[in-house]
Design a protein. Structure first.
Lengths: 323, 212
């Protein structure tokens, strides 16, 4: 009888140690990034039973890493069935539902995490995103504000809150939100100014929109796309000289010179300043932009059509020889 | 005789002139019409000439005017970055591991979640006391020589801490027995209850007897 008890005790200890081994080994593999290899160990740990809810949870993590979110949902669900207070499992379950577009289930999962006392910026941000997608702007606003209270550095939450106001057509508050972001957030970059410019344009405040774009470019002067966009804004507002100035400023940086030369050529061409247009188009063509060649040829065509065949021929030759 | 000869010469000249005229202005066109009709050919030749002229004119027009080509220089820049789709791209999940111990994000809730805290009989292994602190005997009761009993209901969370305490009964009330009991229980430490080999929150009751 005594021997039998001893045997059972030893068996229990061995099984227990073995169970811990499976779980620990799976975790070690996970930490090494070997997610596929970790999966069978988690399954073994689940069968062992000792760390079952945590093994389900970690298995879910491994499956997410392996890009199998639908199976991961099953794992997380099992984890919360076994351990209803498993806040992190509820949050990840919500995350997967949110990413999968099942907003109702995501809100329910996140809601459970909140009931359990979770109050993280991630949770409130994710909930706000869910409510925004569901067009529940009041709740979205509430959770974005909570997110920002917990972590004012979350630029995505500032954008989200501004998005809520934009959807409500309240551009004044959208602008106010992004101005606060600039004030409170170290991570607020040029994009905030560009978005502000967008809001000002929606409010027909062209001057403020231009100013916001300029501020953005001051923070990110090498952003060629934004520079070209600003130049277009100047053209639309009847200030071609400012457009030229903006584009020529961009030539001081290394990026996107060909595009800038073409844009400058276009402005000169529209002003019938063909010599300047040609030189800029040709510079673009020298940098490999085919549109620069077309523009330069257009200048040649203008001279040819005007009867200046000799001048046109000399331009065509320069285009051919790229000089 | 001489007059007669002159008249004959004149007549001969007239006849000769008539013959020449007939041959050149009548016989030749008739013969030409009958045997050498070239009208169609002449027409074709004439058309050819006209076509050539037209073609030459058209070619001249093409070479004179050169068509300007459209410059396509798209700019994909957008001023707004606040779209949901943009933000969804940056959405991050916390995929750090759970190790089956404190800090794994296992919360303890009360009230709203009835299935969160287990009754003592529902768990596989009951919570075990690791650290026990006896309550202080209330000063007023001690001076008055009063004994008492307090029964409390506590919730022991998954980390083994007492997360809440509720006084179920106190006898006699008014001497501060329950205050001291609650104060003591709050500093107790347990090994958490287990259900299926993992820690769970558990309800437990404890009765304190304050005896002189």
């Amino acid at each position: 009888m005594f021997a039998k008890r001893i045997f059972l005790l030893i068996l229990l200890v061995v099984v227990s140690v073995f169970a811990e081994d499976n779980f620990a080994k799976a975790n070690a593999l996970y930490d090494e990034g070997k997610f596929k290899e970790a999966v069978p160990y988690y399954r073994a740990a689940i069968d062992d039973g000792r760390y079952e809810p945590f093994a389900w949870f970690n298995l879910g993590n491994a499956l997410v890493q392996l890009k199998r979110p639908s199976v991961a949902v099953v794992a997380y669900r099992r984890a919360v069935e076994l351990l209803p207070d498993f806040t992190r499992a509820w949050i990840l379950l919500g995350d997967l539902y949110y990413i999968g577009g099942d907003i109702g289930m995501a809100i329910a999962s996140y809601g459970r995490a909140i009931e359990l006392g979770e109050d993280s910026d991630h949770l409130h941000y994710a909930l706000a995103e869910c409510y925004l997608r569901g067009n529940d702007y009041t709740n979205a606003e509430r959770h974005y504000e909570r997110t920002l209270y917990l972590n004012p550095d979350r630029m995505d939450a500032w954008y989200g809150l501004a998005d809520v106001y934009e959807k409500l057509g309240d551009y004044e508050n959208a602008i106010l939100t992004l101005e606060k972001a600039l004030q409170f957030t170290a991570t607020a970059g040029a994009d905030v100014h560009f978005t502000l410019s967008h809001f000002y344009q929606e409010m027909d405040s062209t001057k403020k929109a231009l100013h916001a774009m300029e501020n953005g470019l001051l923070m990110m002067p090498e952003n060629v796309s934004a520079r070209r966009y600003l130049a277009q804004m100047y053209l639309k507002s009847g200030e071609p000289w400012m457009a030229l100035f903006t584009l020529e400023e961009g030539l001081r940086h290394k990026k996107g010179k060909a595009d800038l030369f073409v844009d400058i050529g276009q402005i000169y061409f529209s002003q019938k300043r063909y010599d300047e247009a040609f030189e800029n188009y040709l510079s673009a063509w020298k940098l490999g932009a085919s549109q620069g060649r077309l523009g330069a040829e257009n200048v040649g065509h203008v001279w040819y059509n005007a009867g200046e065949e000799a001048k046109a021929d000399s331009l065509y030759r320069r285009i051919r020889e790229k000089r | 005789m001489s007059v007669c000869t002159k008249i004959i010469r004149v007549l001969l000249l007239l006849v000769l002139a008539l013959i020449v005229n007939v041959v050149f202005f009548f016989a030749l066109p008739v013969l030409n019409t009958l045997f050498f009709d070239r009208t169609e050919k002449e027409k074709t030749e004439l058309l050819d000439v006209t076509e050539v002229e037209i073609n030459v004119r058209e070619k001249k027009q093409q070479t004179e005017k050169k068509t300007l080509r459209m410059i396509v220089q798209p700019n994909t820049f957008r001023t707004t970055r606040s779209t949901g789709a943009e933000r969804a791209k940056g959405f991050k999940m916390d995929l750090s591991l759970a190790h089956g111990e404190a800090g794994d994000g296992v919360g303890v809730s009360l009230g709203a979640a009835e299935n969160v805290v287990y009754e003592a009989g529902e768990v596989d292994e009951q919570a075990k006391v690791l650290k026990e602190v006896n309550p202080v005997y209330p000063e007023r009761a001690k001076k008055a020589g009063i004994a008492g009993t307090v029964k409390v209901l506590m919730v022991i969370d998954v980390y083994g801490n007492v997360s809440s305490v509720e006084v179920l009964s106190v006898n006699p009330p008014g001497y501060g027995f329950e205050t001291e009991a609650v104060k003591a229980v709050q500093s107790w430490k347990f090994e958490p209850a287990k259900l299926g080999s993992f820690p769970v929150a558990q309800k437990a009751t404890k009765e304190f007897r304050f005896v002189r």
